[in-house]
Design a protein around this ligand. Structure first.
Ligand SMILES: Cc1cc2nc3c(=O)[nH]c(=O)nc-3n(C[C@H](O)[C@H](O)[C@H](O)COP(=O)(O)OP(=O)(O)OC[C@H]3O[C@@H](n4cnc5c(N)ncnc54)[C@H](O)[C@@H]3O)c2cc1C
Length: 490
């Protein structure tokens, strides 16, 4: 079945992040002649951009790791990067009780003090008993109940609840459980007990768990993709108003552009509530109920050789503001002024109306947190040669309890009017909001418009089963960002 987009129809794309660039690239590849991109920022890449500071450190907006699930994306990455990437082994840890616990935490509770190990195991046994009595994760009405049903009170209290609040900035009771899929490692009491008694390590990572990282930061790939789109990209041109009846977009620079089809990767709530005129109250109010969190990124550049091989670390405790820190300098040799003498740490702290963060003090709070959590040694503060701060107003699209009902109302209303909202905040589905998902949301939309193919990524459903989850069905390459078969998953 051919698509609905005719060659004489113009496509206006809002944003120049991964979703938009994926859509533009594929539309060009399929031969569509009339495309333009308008981006509010002075740069391309959106949340996947990278920045070089005055001291020569390169920073991402949060540690970006490529977990591609798609052959098309992998080919694109390899074609555009021409080998200019570093292949890294994943090594992730949780910091708590002044020690390092290998991730996933729930598989490695033997690393905790004995009392907490006992609480975790006895909680898992209690959860198993509740499951046998018909109170399992399948019955959970929200993520909070899911946590209790899968992990029991010990792991919930010690790790899952505090950690998830730090990441999401909302209580887990406000979140649904459908996003979980592959993102939360579940475990049963038997396996946990075995790991404790046999002193077995049960890491979610290892030699087969590798990822590709562009040598000059995540954004390097998106700069290349932007060039490969062969499409005009107007920077510093944020859309401020869309007149639906005239099919006209107005921009911050005072200009106006007519369109036939609109592809938008800007936040869905802002598009519907602030930009499009004549939106019915019901649709506007629904979009206005979507929840999101913001993110404060703080980079700390240090003049010392890197003390660790770790990739990234999780921080559930309240002795530091951040939920995650990345040794970004371990991702590529080009992230610091000199890889032999410098290293860099990137801290991520979430915020929301329910979890305010002081923007004035976040850099100092992050450095103090690095000291409290044992990442900076006493006196190492003197060797900090650069700090970098970035605030993302929209960082995580919250998978709230009512999100899917909202999307089911708002997305079809837009599509009936030739407006396709896709991407991390365009579709608001955290479960398909990584860079590879977003590029493919754009690519698949182009395939739908030009070839009549169904979009797959936005529809991936993660079913929660009695054991806690089902993996989504899609390809799993062994080396993220490659087309190879996954070695460990067979
Ligand atoms: C803290 C953090 C960590 C992450 N870690 C990972 C990771 O490890 N791995 C991974 O694969 N992904 C990761 N991601 C996700 C990744 O950044 C996103 O998948 C990706 O950037 C989303 O692409 P997008 O195009 O949908 O949206 P965005 O990147 O948000 O791009 C949307 C664009 O729209 C523009 N825009 C907004 N309003 C307007 C307007 N009015 N007019 C015109 N343009 C507008 C914005 O300026 C932006 O450039 C992470 C994201 C964050 C925030």
């Amino acid at each position: 079945m051919p698509g609905t987009l005719r060659p004489d129809q113009s496509v206006l794309i809002l944003g120049a992040g991964p979703t938009s660039l994926g859509a533009a690239y594929r539309l060009r590849e399929l031969g569509h002649p009339r495309i333009s991109i308008a981006e509010r920022n002075a740069h391309v890449g959106g949340l996947a951009a990278s920045f070089v500071d005055d001291a020569g450190f390169t920073w991402d907006i949060g540690g970006h790791v490529l977990f591609s699930h798609y052959e098309y994306y992998d080919r694109l990455f390899d074609t555009l990067m021409q080998g200019e990437y570093t292949l890294n082994s994943r090594e992730s840890w949780v910091r708590m009780f002044d020690r390092w616990v290998p991730y996933p935490f729930q598989n490695n509770v033997r690393y905790l003090p004995a009392q907490q190990t006992y609480e975790c195991i006895s909680g898992l046994i209690a959860a198993q008993a509740r499951r046998a009595a018909g109170e399992g994760p399948a019955q959970a009405k929200n993520f909070g109940e899911f946590i209790d049903a899968v992990f029991g009170p010990g792991i919930a209290r010690i790790f899952m609840r505090p950690y998830n609040f730090k990441v999401w900035a909302y209580p887990p009771e406000r979140m649904n459980k459908t996003w979980i899929g592959e993102r939360v490692a579940v475990i049963d009491a038997e396996r946990a007990l075995r790991n404790v008694i046999l002193q077995a390590d049960d890491f979610g990572w290892g030699p087969n768990n590798q990822f590709k990282y562009p040598n000059r930061g995540t954004g390097q790939f998106y700069q290349r993709l932007a060039q490969a789109c062969r499409t005009p990209i107007a920077l510093n041109r944020g859309v401020t108003r869309i007149e639906l009846a005239r099919r006209a977009a107005h921009f911050s620079d005072g200009s106006m552009e007519r369109f036939d089809v609109l592809v938008s990767a800007m936040p869905l709530d802002r598009l519907v509530c602030d930009v499009i005129d004549e939106v019915p109250k019901r649709i506007r109010e629904a979009a206005g109920r979507l929840l999101h969190s913001g993110g404060h990124m703080v980079g700390v550049g240090i003049r010392r050789p890197c003390p660790s091989t770790k990739s990234w670390m999780y921080f559930p405790e309240d002795n530091c503001p951040f939920y995650r820190v990345t040794y970004l300098s371990n991702y590529s040799p080009y992230m610091t002024p000199d890889r032999h003498t410098h290293y860099s740490l990137l801290c991520e702290t979430s915020s929301s109306p329910e979890k305010p963060v002081n923007r004035q003090t976040i850099v100092e709070d992050s450095i103090s947190g690095l000291e409290a959590a044992g990442l900076l040694e006493p006196g190492e503060r003197r060797d900090i040669v650069s700090t970098w701060a970035y605030h993302a107003g929209y960082s995580y699209p919250t998978p709230s309890v009512e999100r899917d009902d909202i999307l089911a109302e708002v997305i079809p209303w837009l599509e009936e009017r030739g407006i396709y909202s896709r991407g991390r905040f365009g579709m608001w589905k955290y479960e398909v909001a990584n860079t590879d998902h977003c590029v493919m949301q754009g690519v698949e939309l182009a395939n739908r418009l030009m070839l009549g193919e169904a979009e797959k990524t936005i529809g991936i459903v993660y079913t929660v089963t009695e054991d806690g989850r089902n993996a989504a069905e899609h390809e799993r390459p062994g080396v993220a960002g490659s087309g190879e078969n996954r070695l460990g998953a067979r």
